[in-house]
Ligand binder design. Structure first.
Ligand SMILES: Nc1ncnc2c1ncn2[C@@H]1O[C@H](COP(=O)(O)OP(=O)(O)OP(=O)(O)O)[C@@H](O)[C@H]1O
Ligand SMILES: [Mg+2]
Length: 284
């Protein structure tokens, strides 16, 4: 069928790629993976922008931001980018919100207000699914960053649709047990609904990330094999086991790359390999 929109490949040639970490299920490692991948890219000298699209704001809390009650966040930026709503809200510009870190990683934080996003935009005439995509275009963020990493919420709704419409590709972390399949199927269904709507190109599947893989549980390997069969062709990245290093590092707002000790070496290797595979897939 004739398509009015440019493919992501055409659109983003010579410009930053947008990837998102998604799964409707909570606690599967979306934020942990997003944060460490951001550092893996920064480690390679890439300029990275992180966008927290989860009202829980866990991603934002990993960045050592001084506390402030009136800090503006992604919600205010998105609302301000909609012409019909702009006049009703206090003007907010990207420089009021963007947090710059010394490691070459910038952050657009989230906040509780984002949980009201769906209601706030309910009555607008502009396409509600494309607000984040248009925001990224408006501020020409692709030309300022090599990689843009979006952390998604554990829900299915307008926020998720906006992320999927804005991303060039999606990574799906999951815990390989028998409950995980449905969560993955649900989010993949939203991707295919977007494809059918034909309002924008659909994001590439950048692969699944088995996380908190329990090597001691025999059934875990069988479950993972079965899930692989169900999920079909997309890449299955190397599984992450339960690692105390994640708890330790995240509690200090640090990535695995900020440690020199040998117990972090394997995790560093794993994130570098995944970052490279994802980059290759996004460029292909
Ligand atoms: N491989 C791992 N080993 C040990 N702890 C882990 C591992 N992966 C994630 N965790 C821990 O599990 C918890 C949940 O991880 P995380 O917040 O990344 O999940 P999430 O999918 O983003 O959750 P939510 O859907 O609520 O946003 C965190 O405390 C994190 O430190
Ligand atoms: Mg999270």
């Amino acid at each position: 069928m004739f398509s009015f929109f440019k493919s992501h490949q055409e659109e983003s040639l010579n410009s930053g790629r947008v990837m998102a970490l998604m799964n409707q299920k909570g606690g599967v490692g979306k934020t942990t993976m997003a944060f460490n991948l951001a550092h893996a890219y920064a480690h390679e000298g890439k300029k990275v922008l992180c966008i927290d699209m989860d009202p829980q704001a866990n991603f934002s809390s990993l960045f050592q931001i001084p506390k402030s009650d009136d800090r503006k966040n992604i919600h205010h930026l998105l609302i301000n980018s909609i012409k019909e709503l702009k006049a009703l809200h206090t003007p907010t510009f990207i420089n009021d919100v963007l947090i710059k870190s010394s490691e070459g990683i910038d952050l657009i934080p989230s906040g509780q207000e984002l949980s009201g996003f769906e209601l706030t935009v309910a009555g607008i005439n502009a396409p509600r699914q494309l607000i984040l995509k248009k925001f990224i275009e408006k501020y020409e963020l692709r030309s300022q960053y090599d990689v843009i990493i979006i952390d998604g919420p554990p829900t299915l709704g307008l926020l998720v649709v906006n992320i999927l419409c804005a991303a060039d590709g999606v990574l799906y972390p999951f815990v390989p047990d028998r409950f995980s399949e449905q969560g993955l199927k649900n989010i993949l269904q939203v991707v295919s609904d977007i494809e059918e709507m034909e309002i924008t190109s659909t994001p590439k599947n950048l692969g699944y990330i088995p996380n908190l893989f329990d090597t001691r549980r025999k059934q875990a390997a069988t479950d993972l094999e079965q899930i692989k069969v169900t999920l079909g062709e997309a890449t299955m990245h190397e599984a992450f086991t339960n690692k105390v290093q994640f708890g330790k590092s995240l509690a200090q707002g640090k990535s695995v790359f900020q440690y020199k000790s040998s117990e972090y070496k394997d995790l560093q290797r794993q994130f570098v390999a995944m970052a490279q595979a994802v980059q290759q897939e996004l460029n292909s």
